[in-house]
Design a binder for this molecule. Structure first.
Ligand SMILES: [Zn+2]
Length: 389
């Protein structure tokens, strides 16, 4: 891992300019350093937008006009000669950027593929038996039967093992996003790329890698269970986006979205009660209440993670009970009050989240400077264009 900060390498990473070894060290640093992670998020977004700009050859007249203006500008306007060509160049940038937003003509990167290795049996790609080493291209389905397994290898990102009776499709592969669809079955991912590069879509939500190893299983009804072995994974669906830490799991049900994350070493009674609290649609209020009774009674201090998520999923009366149980298990951080939590004060919830070690996503929001980065990327693309001429 790099011991110094690595923000300056973000753009090189996004453009595949780092060596394999440096890419890995870069990713490792990002997992440990929130500051560089925040910067990387911005560069990635800028690169993603710039990637989608159409590269069009400008009419020759534009360049001769620029040159002509440059010449007359030099002769006539003295020290401000550089302003006009600069204004023209800026207009071109704005026109191209504007065209992006107005026309919504989104170009996709040339179709790419992952390497896939046959582990046992005969996995099939688009219904054809695959060879020992094969290519898995965007849009293709990979399917294993009861006796076959395969491994997907993604350069500089990691690998994904596909278990028997599993069906996956490759949706996207480029430097800023690798996306797989898991229709049913089970996969195990070990990812060494920076956070938020590798995604798995399931019928009931999207698993977003935050630097980790995990298994994800989807049943025939489209419900899924995520088990995280190292790092963090967030689950995106509906209005919830729980972050699941190592050692924890989270179930997701179709039409319900993600349930509440829990540590897998919690008691079976605790987990059963949590499942019925999360997913029993027709549960009477009284049965929800008795599930909550069991959850609170069975919770260990480590399970304060689960209780933190429950705070914003219960009604006011129940919230007071969850709060009281949490404070009995883990002292709240300074500045967090009972009334504040009962009112779902966001800054207090966040502070408590940090104390529980669940603060992974707090630096992940891009800041305003993303526009500066986008501007730089756009200028980079234009320079590239000029060089080509
Ligand atoms: Zn750093």
């Amino acid at each position: 891992m790099f011991s110094k900060h690595v923000s300056v390498l973000s753009s090189a990473y996004c453009h595949h300019e780092l060596s394999h070894k440096d890419s890995q060290r870069f990713a490792e640093h990002l997992i440990a350093c929130p500051g560089c992670r925040g910067d990387f998020e911005e560069v990635k977004l800028g690169a993603k937008l710039a990637e989608r700009l159409d590269v069009l050859a400008a009419p020759a007249s534009i360049w001769s006009n620029v040159v002509a203006n440059l010449d007359t500008g030099r002769r006539t306007s003295g020290r401000y000669y550089f302003l006009k060509p600069l204004a023209i160049a800026a207009s071109i940038v704005l026109l191209i950027a504007g065209g992006l937003w107005l026309s919504r003509r989104i170009t996709t990167a040339p179709s790419q593929s992952w390497q896939v290795a046959r582990l046992v049996g005969t996995p099939r790609i688009d219904s054809k038996s695959m060879s020992d080493q094969d290519q898995f291209a965007v849009g293709q389905w990979l399917e294993t039967d009861a006796a076959s397994r395969a491994q997907l290898n993604i350069d500089d990102v990691g690998h994904v093992e596909i278990d028997p009776n599993t069906r996956v499709r490759l949706l996207q592969t480029n430097q800023s996003e690798q996306r797989l669809e898991l229709a049913h079955g089970r996969l195990s991912a070990r990812i060494s790329a920076p956070p938020k590069i590798f995604f798995v879509n399931t019928p009931s939500g999207v698993a977003q890698d935050l630097g980790c190893a995990y298994t994800l299983q989807v049943d025939d009804a489209g419900n899924s269970v995520l088990h995280v072995t190292t790092g963090w994974v967030s689950l995106q669906a509906t209005d919830r986006e729980p972050v699941v830490p190592a050692g924890a799991a989270c179930a997701t049900k179709r039409h319900f979205g993600p349930g509440t994350p829990y540590f897998e070493d919690s008691s079976e009674t605790f987990r059963t009660a949590l499942t019925s609290f999360d997913f029993d649609a027709v549960a009477e209020q009284s049965s929800k209440r008795s599930s909550l009774d069991v959850i609170l009674r069975e919770a260990r201090s480590r399970d304060a993670m689960t209780l933190w998520y429950l705070l914003s999923r219960v009604n006011n009366n129940e919230r007071a009970r969850v709060y009281d149980r949490m404070t009995a298990l883990v002292a709240p951080p300074e500045g967090v009050t009972r009334q504040g939590i009962l009112n779902l004060d966001q800054s207090m919830l966040d502070r408590w989240k940090v104390k529980l070690g669940l603060s992974w996503d707090e630096v992940m929001q891009p800041k305003h400077s993303v526009w500066k980065k986008l501007w730089k990327e756009t200028l980079g693309r234009l320079n590239g264009l000029q060089e080509k001429r």
